[in-house]
Ligand binder design. Structure first.
Ligand code: PXP
Length: 236
């Protein structure tokens, strides 16, 4: 079970004061020392937190898997091809949103992602898509050539019907595996709600940011990551 730590929130603190610290690159190294299997950053069109500079330095410095979340735009495709993270996760992006609102709705996209994804894959990147837990989205993700999906757990994280929602995620995860996709999950996952997902063997990776960065205020990033790693080990 792999943990990719999303460090956008560290850059958000830096940008709140337009300072040079806290540096998400330092935090990424600490996260690795805490046992993270990878680092995730979302380079937004408005550059509100992560900047190209962060991406460039992360690529040089971290030793684990670098995941770039980005919108499916030609600007981002060109940045990804130059920066060469290990993988790219396509996400929807709406101006002014506080955080990503829902998965990328592949059924209603105006753009056909097939060519976009094959161009990225040709530059050596692994390409995945952030989708809501829905069978139709899985079929479409396969059709457009994604290698993995990240199932959006935001609704799960907010629900009082935990069992029902986790069963829904488990079904979709199984279907995705059957279709040959690698399955990750993320958004709104914390130290408590992750426990009811750990029985789903098809999910082999989690992308977690806010809960870990918030916990780090009390115990430091290395320990905050390590506490999550220990929980995930229960599922390894
Ligand atoms: N996965 C995706 C696609 C996201 O957009 C985010 C939030 O940036 C996360 C995972 C991590 O969510 P959280 O910060 O709630 O753990």
């Amino acid at each position: 079970m792999e943990l990719s730590v999303n460090i956008d929130h560290v850059a958000t603190v830096r940008e709140a004061r337009k300072e040079e610290f806290p540096d998400p690159v330092h935090v990424a190294v600490e996260a690795e020392l805490g046992g993270a299997d990878g680092i995730t950053v979302h380079l937004r069109g408005d550059r509100r937190h992560i900047k190209e500079r962060d991406l460039r330095l992360l690529k040089q410095i971290i030793r684990t898997d670098l995941n770039l979340e980005m919108a499916a735009t030609s600007e981002m495709a060109s940045i990804a091809s130059d920066a060469k993270p290990d993988r790219v996760t396509l996400v929807p992006e709406a101006p002014g949103e506080v955080t990503t609102q829902g998965g990328l709705d592949l059924l209603n996209l105006k753009q056909d992602l097939k060519l976009f994804i094959s161009n990225l894959r040709n530059t050596g990147l692994r390409v995945g898509i952030f989708i809501d837990p829905n069978m139709e989205q899985i079929k479409e993700a396969v059709r457009v050539g994604a290698q993995y999906v990240e199932i959006n757990t935001n609704e799960y994280s907010k629900t009082t019907h935990v069992k029902k929602e986790s069963i829904r995620i488990a079904r979709v995860a199984k279907a995705a595996r059957r279709e040959g996709l690698v399955v990750h999950a993320g958004h709104g996952i914390d130290y408590r709600n992750i426990r009811s997902l750990l029985y789903i063997p098809e999910i082999t990776g989690y992308s977690i940011g806010f809960a870990i960065v918030a916990r780090a205020l009390f115990v430091g990033i290395r320990q905050a990551v390590n506490e999550m790693v220990e929980i995930l080990k229960g599922a390894r």
